[in-house]
Design a protein around this ligand. Structure first.
Ligand code: 5GP
Ligand code: SF4
Ligand code: MG
Length: 452
C-alpha cells in the first residue's frame, strides 16, 4: 500500500491527494483520504484509482489542515469498500483515523481474542485490529494507547494516525516498509516514498527509523521508541520491484540499486546475444545495468500499453492471464532475427515470462534468454507483498531447468541471493521470499505461524 499524511497546511487534503497520485503504483484497488478541521474528522474513500475516486467536489468536502490517505493493495482481507482506508473511529479517547502499509502476521490471534472479548469488526482487514486494541486499552491518552497497542502487533506496519489535532507516524521495529518525513512550507509530511514528496515540492527531512514513533502537533515533533530494539529487516523487494525507481528509501536510491542488480546479473550470467530488452516497466532499470556491464546494446523490444494497470495487482487470476497481451506488444523490426536477452524483475507464477517468450519467438526472435534480476521467488511474503501461496509459486515446486522448459526460453538465469545482497551492501534486509528466512515467523507442519 501507499500512505501519506500532511499536518498543518490548509491544502492538506489536496496535498495528500497528490501524494497518493505519486504512490499509485503501491496500490490500485482503492484509496481514501481523511481530514481534520480541528473539530471533527471526515473521510472519503472509494474503489479504483486515486484520480477516479477524488473529483473536485469530493476533495472540497475535505476541509481542514490535517489529512492522511491510503492506496490499497490487498494482502489481507478482500477487495471491498469496507476494507479501504483510512479507518476512522470514535473511541473513548476521541476520534482517530489510521492508514497502514504492511501486514500484521498475528492478526488471527489478536482478532479472535478481541472478538471473544466482544469487539465487533466492520471489515476483514488486519488493520482494524489496531483501532480495537486502542479502544480497549486503559491508557489515559492517545499516544500511550497507540504505543501499547502496536507493541502487541507482529509483522510489518508503517502507520500514520490522525486525531483532530495530531498526526502520528510509526514504523515496526524491523522496518519492513518505508516511511519518510518531509516538509512543505511550514507543514510536516509523511509519505511511503520520496517520489511523493517530489510531486508536492516537499523537502526531504529524514526517514522514520524502524521502531520509531513520531508525534506531530502544533508544538512540533517528538519521537518515541515504544519497541524493544531488534535487528532491522527492511524489505529488499522494494528495491527489486515495488518502489518507484525515482524514490530514495532505506537510505538508498532505488534506481542505483536496481541498476546494480542488473550489472550483477550480467556478471553472474552472461550470454552471447545481439540485444538486451526489458520487460517494461519493472525490468527497465535492471536492463540498463545488464547492458552497461555486458556491452550488449539496449533496445525497447516490448512496448507497454500504459493504460493498463500492473497485472499482478489485479486479484483475479482470469484477468491476469489476459493482462499480459493487453499490456505488452513486441516491436517486430527490433526483434526479428536477433538473439535476445530479456530482463524482468521476478517470476511469480511464470505465466508472464511464458507469454513473453512466445510473443518474441512469434515476432521472429532467433534465441530468447531470460534473465531475472532477483533470486527465485520460492516463499510467500507475510509482510505486505501479495505473493501467492507456495503451490502457485513456480520456483517453489520447479527447478530452474524445469522453469526454463515451461517458459520455453533458450536459457534462464536468476540473480543469486549473495549477488543481490552484495548490491545493497548489507545482509540484514528481509529476503524471506527468496530464502525462507522469515524475520518474525517460523515454519511448522501446518504452515507458518507467528513466533511467540
Ligand atoms: P508471473 O506471470 O510470473 O506470475 O508474474 C511475474 C510478473 O509480475 C513480473 O513481471 C513482475 O514484474 C510482476 N509483479 C507484479 N507485482 C508483483 C509482486 O507483488 N510480486 C512479484 N514477485 N512480482 C510482481
Ligand atoms: Fe519483502 Fe520478500 Fe521480505 Fe516480503 S518476504 S518483506 S517481499 S523481502
Ligand atoms: Mg513486470
Amino acid at each position: 500500500c501507499g500512505i501519506a499524511g500532511v499536518f498543518g497546511d490548509k491544502d492538506a487534503a489536496n496535498l495528500v491527494y497528490l501524494a497518493l497520485y505519486a504512490l499509485q503504483h503501491r496500490g490500485q484497488e482503492g484509496a481514501g483520504i481523511a481530514c481534520s478541521d480541528r473539530r471533527s474528522l471526515r473521510v472519503e474513500k472509494g474503489l479504483g484509482l486515486v484520480a477516479d475516486i477524488f473529483k473536485r467536489s469530493i476533495l472540497e468536502r475535505l476541509s481542514g489542515d490535517i489529512a492522511i490517505g491510503h492506496n490499497r493493495y490487498s494482502t489481507a482481507g478482500e477487495n471491498h469498500l469496507k476494507n479501504t482506508q483510512p479507518i476512522v473511529a470514535d473511541i473513548n479517547l476521541g476520534s482517530v483515523a489510521l492508514v497502514h502499509n504492511g501486514n500484521i502476521v498475528n492478526a488471527d490471534v489478536l482478532r479472535n481474542e478481541l472478538v471473544s472479548d466482544g469487539a465487533i469488526f466492520t471489515s476483514t482487514s488486519d488493520s482494524e485490529i489496531i483501532i480495537h486494541l486502542m479502544a480497549k486499552s486503559n491508557e489515559k491518552n492517545i499516544i500511550d494507547a497507540i504505543s501499547k497497542s502496536v507493541q502487541r502487533l507482529k509483522g510489518a506496519f508503517s502507520l500514520i494516525f490522525m486525531t483532530e489535532n495530531m498526526m502520528i507516524g510509526l514504523r515496526d521495529p524491523f522496518g519492513f516498509r518505508p516511511l519518510i518525513l518531509g516538509r512543505i512550507r511550514s507543514s510536516h509530511v509523511l509519505v511511503s516514498e520520496t517520489c511523493a514528496l517530489d510531486l508536492i515540492d516537499g523537502e526531504f527531512i529524514r526517514e522514520i527509523e524502524p521502531g520509531e514513533m513520531i508525534i506531530i502537533t502544533d508544538e512540533g515533533i517528538v519521537s518515541y521508541y515504544p519497541f524493544e530494539k531488534v535487528e532491522i529487516h527492511p524489505c529488499i523487494f522494494e528495491f527489486i520491484y515495488f518502489a518507484r525507481p525515482d524514490s530514495r528509501i532505506f537510505n538508498r536510491d532505488v534506481y542505483e540499486i536496481r541498476k546494480a542488480f542488473g550489472r550483477k546479473l550480467a556478471e553472474e550470467s552472461p550470454v552471447d546475444a545481439d540485444i538486451v530488452i526489458p520487460v517494461p516497466d519493472s525490468g527497465i532499470v535492471a536492463t540498463l545495468g545488464y547492458s552497461e556491464y555486458s556491452g550488449i546494446p539496449y533496445e525497447m523490444g516490448l512496448i507497454r500499453n500504459h493504460y493498463v494497470g500492473r497485472t499482478f495487482i489485479e486479484p483475479a487470476q482470469s484477468i491476469r492471464h489476459f493482462g499480459v497481451k493487453l499490456k505488452l506488444n513486441p516491436v517486430k523490426s527490433v526483434i526479428a532475427g536477433k538473439r535476445i536477452v530479456v530482463v524482468d524483475d521476478s517470476i511469480v507464477r511464470g505465466t508472464t515470462s511464458r507469454k513473453i517468450v512466445k510473443m518474441l519467438k512469434e515476432a521472429g526472435a532467433k534465441e530468447v534468454h531470460m534473465r531475472i534480476s532477483s533470486p527465485p521467488t520460492k516463499f510467500p511474503c507475510f509482510y505486505g507483498i501479495d505473493t501467492p501461496t507456495r503451490s502457485e509459486l513456480i520456483a517453489s515446486t520447479h527447478t530452474i531447468e524445469e522453469i526454463r522448459k515451461y517458459i520455453t526460453a533458450d536459457s534462464l538465469a536468476y540473480l543469486s541471493l549473495e549477488g543481490m545482497l552484495d548490491c545493497v551492501e548489507n545482509s540484514s534486509f528481509c529476503h524471506a521470499c527468496f530464502s525462507g528466512a522469515y524475520p518474525t515467523l517460523h515454519k511448522d507442519g501446518n504452515g507458518y505461524n507467528p513466533k511467540s
